[in-house]
Design a protein around this ligand. Structure first.
Ligand SMILES: [Zn+2]
Length: 217
């Protein structure tokens, strides 16, 4: 199945722009990278923002670097160990960016029981924003995982519904703390999601500011 055709809910321009500018907390970086790896249309939009960033760099006044920096960089490239290729798993659940963190597909995830048949697994990242995998049995409500700030959820398997819509594999939902939603996993298979949550009050203010700077508005 081509997952692309089933994706209905996409990343906002603000998230893609901040991803492209490299200003997202690592937790959100991972969620955005995972969606982009599944979604042609968001990948195309992201590349457009990369182009804008490149144009800004091109028009930036050059700064001097030390004389031996080119030789030193080339030496680093020559001596760096080759990156270990990730085993390709066809029909896997986790997109490649998440597999890099987990060290494999869902069978490599160490789940922690939360009660009510719900499991989670926190993925270690830098910064105050957090990211975790959630596994919710069909028919069960997604547990409250902190709504003090913004939250970006990416569905990897199964589906859930809330007051907004139905979210299936590849779909993303960005909820800020004003949205009081109650996601419930669709009956049938387990719903597996990646959920990134911001540190309270900080990240939400960051988004519009960076977007303004990049767009020069
Ligand atoms: Zn998309």
């Amino acid at each position: 199945m081509d997952r692309n055709e089933t994706i209905k809910h996409h990343l906002s321009d603000a998230l893609l722009m901040n991803y492209s500018a490299g200003t997202l907390p690592e937790a959100f970086d991972l969620a955005v990278a995972a969606h982009v790896s599944l979604c042609d249309s968001c990948r195309a939009r992201m590349m457009a923002f990369d182009t804008v960033g490149g144009a800004v760099l091109e028009s930036t006044e050059e700064a001097e670097v030390s004389e031996d920096s080119l030789a030193a960089t080339l030496r680093l490239i020559e001596t760096a160990p080759a990156e270990k290729p990730l085993p390709v798993r066809r029909g896997g659940v986790l997109p490649t960016p998440i597999q890099r963190y987990v060290g494999g597909d869902v069978d490599a995830v160490s789940w922690r029981r939360l009660g009510g048949g719900v499991y989670d697994s926190v993925i270690p990242v830098q910064g105050e924003a957090k990211v975790r995998l959630l596994r919710i049995p069909g028919g069960a409500a997604v547990p409250d995982h902190g709504h003090e700030g913004g939250e970006l959820t990416l569905v990897l398997k199964g589906a859930y519904r809330d007051e907004i819509d139905r979210f299936g594999p590849g779909d993303v939902e960005f909820a800020d703390d004003d949205l009081n939603h109650t996601p419930v996993a669709e009956t049938g298979e387990d719903c597996i999601c990646l959920a990134a949550t911001e540190a309270p009050l900080k990240f939400r203010k960051l988004l519009p500011r960076i977007a303004q700077r990049v767009m020069r508005i």
